[in-house]
Design a protein around this ligand. Structure first.
Ligand code: NAP
Length: 329
């Protein structure tokens, strides 16, 4: 804890899905929350989604000097590195940028934390948001912390580098934990992600009585969880006495087609199959057929359990999108 008795946290990616949820959790605990945003305009547009009192700082994650300056000035006890390019699809279009932002830039955060720790003699805890995509096309299912790291996308490769560098800094004395996060969703997901695209379309088709949802492969199976549960795992992992890697997943998988069916049925669209088309343009160049995580270690060491089922999760997202459309009318 900082000298003034208040726990201070620095959250990168505070404007994203997880960062927004995390800021609320930390502020409710009485933690002094500082967040990184890319511009003043962005700060203004996000302030309304964040609890009062959150201090926003402008900066690019890739600007190592700025990150070092901010970490030094804020002097946090806890650093949550959630910023990054979080879309696999986007990473295929911008592979080098993805490497810089989601691979190399986290190392700048670890460096800054290690320097602060050295300077103050105080433990600085870091949480790195790793991803199931580091496993690529895994040979065994479910995956756990010992599954070989063999990414198959620019996003996965960038995340794998940051994940391995977290381990290297840990070996050198920095308290850096990682959560190997499987897909987690909420109404805060942008519609560029397949889950929110589906729930927004289900709401639209239900309310307007027509329309088409166009998707890539609907056979791929993913382990989808509720984002606030995954944010809960992050704080538990960061505060666990031993910094370590933790798979965060439900262990249950569903196909994209099952997600579509659950969303459409929840929205009240019974003839949903006639509203769904597939287009090869949305199929990724390389993709895992199934991702399923074994969170036994998180359950046993962190006491973490997912609290929201797949059906509830889909229902909550659809309800949110239906309400949004109704309000807009
Ligand atoms: P998100 O909603 O896409 O948020 C990403 C955040 O990173 C945004 O605040 C974004 O700011 C910020 N950002 C991007 N590039 C930046 C840069 N160059 N400098 C500073 N900030 C930058 O992602 P999320 O769903 O909350 O995920 C949080 C973390 O968990 C990410 O690292 C993601 O890769 C990882 N993860 C997520 C999932 C998942 O299912 N959600 C699964 C596995 C791992 P702007 O608002 O300016 O774009």
């Amino acid at each position: 804890m900082a000298g003034d008795g208040v726990t201070r946290a620095f959250v990168t990616g505070i404007s994203g899905q997880d960062g927004t949820i995390l800021a609320g959790v930390l502020a409710a605990e009485g933690v002094e929350v500082h967040g990184l945003v890319r511009s003043a305009e962005e700060a203004d547009s996000h302030r309304q989604h964040l609890p009062a009192g959150v201090v926003l700082h402008e900066g690019e994650l890739t600007d190592r000097a700025r990150i070092a300056e901010l970490v030094d000035a804020v002097s946090p006890d806890e650093i949550y590195n959630l910023a990054g390019i979080s879309s696999v699809a986007y990473s295929w279009e911008h592979p080098a940028l993805t490497g810089e932002v989601s691979g190399l830039a986290p190392v700048g955060v670890f460096e800054a934390a290690a320097r602060l720790q050295e300077r103050t003699g105080r433990t600085v805890r870091v949480l790195q948001a790793s991803s199931a995509e580091i496993f690529g096309r895994p040979e065994r299912s479910p995956q756990d912390e010992g599954t070989p790291i063999r990414p198959i996308s620019p996003y996965g490769a960038a995340k794998a580098y940051a994940h391995q560098m977290a381990g290297i800094f840990r070996d050198r004395g920095l308290h850096v934990a990682t959560c190997i996060l499987y897909n987690h969703e909420s109404p805060l997901r942008p519609t560029t992600f397949v889950t929110r695209k589906i729930t927004a379309a289900a709401a639209r088709i239900a309310l307007e009585g027509g329309g088409v949802l166009t998707l890539g492969s609907t056979d791929v199976r993913r382990d989808w969880g509720w984002a606030p549960d995954y944010v809960d795992a992050m704080t538990r992992a960061l505060r666990h006495p031993t910094a370590d890697d933790f798979v965060v997943a439900t262990g249950r998988t569903h196909s994209v087609a099952e997600f579509v069916e659950a969303a459409m049925v929840h929205a009240g669209v019974t003839d949903w199959e006639s509203h769904v088309e597939t287009d090869q343009a949305f199929v990724r160049p390389a993709d895992a057929a199934e991702q399923s995580g074994d969170a036994t270690k998180a359950r046993e060491l962190l006491g973490w359990v997912p609290t929201v089922s797949f059906e509830e999760l889909v229902g909550r997202m659809v309800d949110h999108d239906v309400a949004l459309l109704r309000d807009a009318r």
